[in-house]
Ligand binder design. Structure first.
Ligand SMILES: C[S@@+](CC[C@H](N)C(=O)[O-])C[C@H]1O[C@@H](n2cnc3c(N)ncnc32)[C@H](O)[C@@H]1O
Length: 417
């Protein structure tokens, strides 16, 4: 930011130019995130971006958004408002770091042709489940199967019947209290007997959605309130919540809208996608050296029997050991995924990225500045940005950012026309 201000004084500011964005600091009230927002670049666009940071808390669990927690999830309001403001019905919207699918659900509900991918097979399953509406019969089958499975699993747990313990489960005693683990194995075994169709996939994702809640260290576990039958009951109510969300999504989605195309893919190589196919790219890529999505979801990969080796290999930004090689890789990776976005964006398309300051080679990085500098070289012109302070919760990040603000940004780029 300092660097941008200095350039302004040299007379380059005043309005957005491809090379420099002017920064304004405005105090605004925010219902969820809170804090002042810095705006930079084209005034109108920056105002529109600032709206994305004023979420309506009522939307947090709207449609299927409350079904499965996910680290780094975009606020549904941010996705909804950006799609409405920066694309038209029927246009093509892409999220190549789709995570749990927030952008895809909102794009579908707004009648856009949505496509998304993620390097994590878990993310892809969650996103698919959240956007496959199943129809009235499928939803009824989901709720009924979950109810029957939950009843059976709870009954077995209350009778202290021991399910078969899978071989991989040896280390799970560290994660769960024994009676909780036994009940969850029971649930898992019964879910495993169901067909692997859309409903079966939703049941599997339902199991994934409840695991963390019942781990040692969670509020429930610490309060020792996990009675026998509680996890099963919770599983059944998750399925009901999902069915309600899917029904709301079906009602909201304009007739004739195709479901999102979602697949496992590395955002650094979107090669099956043709060039110039998207009118809006809306995404929240990982932050540098902040989250390891493979490690973070380890328990879910294990319980769902999903392979995580590929995600471990290709995920970007997972680690920063303060080593030059990790930093080089981060920079190289960012150039690759930005260049793929530039390739698949249509002329004049908006590319909107929610990015957060991260850690590169052991030091804080201004993520917005770095993205804009790189994007410009790839034919994506920086138009505007908004930034807001987000002090880190984590001790390591607090040490690294000591004395410097850590911010999240929403950056608007335009593909050159
Ligand atoms: C901040 S999260 C996205 C969250 C998403 N917007 C949501 O609302 O759930 C970043 C995602 O990037 C994914 N990711 C990391 N490296 C990737 C890569 N090389 N290609 C594609 N996805 C990747 C992670 O698995 C994670 O799901």
């Amino acid at each position: 930011m300092e660097r941008m201000k200095k350039r302004d004084h040299k007379g380059e500011g005043g309005k957005a130019t491809p090379s420099v964005l002017r920064v304004e600091r405005r105090k605004q009230a925010f219902s969820v995130f809170g804090g002042a927002v810095e705006q930079a670049g084209d005034h109108e666009s920056a105002l529109a971006l600032a709206q994305l940071l004023t979420p309506d808390p009522g939307l947090a669990r709207a449609l299927t958004h409350g079904f499965h927690s996910y680290a780094g999830r975009m606020h549904p309001f941010t996705a909804r408002t950006a799609i409405a403001r920066f694309s038209q019905p029927g246009q093509d919207v892409l999220d190549p770091f789709c995570g749990s699918g927030t952008v895809l659900v909102e794009a579908m509900a707004a009648g856009r042709k949505a496509a998304g991918s993620d390097a994590s097979p878990l993310a892809v399953i969650i996103a698919q489940v959240r956007s496959t509406t199943l129809g009235p019969e499928g939803r009824a089958r989901l709720v009924e199967s979950a109810r029957q499975i939950a009843e059976e699993a709870a009954e077995r747990a209350r009778k202290r019947q021991r399910p078969d313990i899978p071989q991989w489960a040896a280390r799970e005693k560290d994660r769960f209290f024994p009676h909780v683990a036994l009940e969850l194995y029971g649930l898992r075994a019964l879910i495993g007997e169901t067909k692997e169709d859309d409903v079966g996939r939703a049941l599997r994702a339902g199991l994934s959605s409840i695991l963390v809640k019942f781990m040692r260290g969670s509020e429930e576990a610490e309060a020792r309130r996990i009675g026998r039958g509680v996890p099963s009951h919770f599983f059944a109510s998750r399925a009901e919540e999902l069915a309600r969300g899917l029904e709301a999504l079906e009602r909201r989605t304009p007739e004739g809208t195709l479901p999102p195309r979602i697949r496992v893919a590395d955002a650094r190589d979107l090669s099956p996608l043709a060039a110039a196919g998207f009118d809006l790219i809306l995404s929240s890529p990982p932050y540098a050296g902040t989250y390891d999505y493979a490690e973070h979801h380890d328990v879910r990969f294990l319980w769902l029997g999903l392979p995580r080796a590929n995600l471990d290999r290709v995920q970007v930004g997972a680690r920063d050991e303060g080593l030059g090689s990790a930093a080089q890789r981060w920079l190289h990776d960012r150039r690759r995924w930005l260049s793929e976005m530039a390739r698949v964006a249509r002329r004049g398309a908006a590319v909107i990225l929610q990015v957060g300051d991260g850690v590169v080679a052991g030091a804080p990085e201004d993520a917005a500045q770095a993205v804009e500098d790189e994007a410009r070289r790839l034919g994506l012109v920086p138009v505007a940005r908004v930034s807001q302070a987000r002090p880190p919760h984590d001790y390591r990040l607090r040490q690294i950012f000591e004395g410097r603000p850590r911010r999240e940004h929403i950056v608007l780029l335009r593909k050159e026309s």
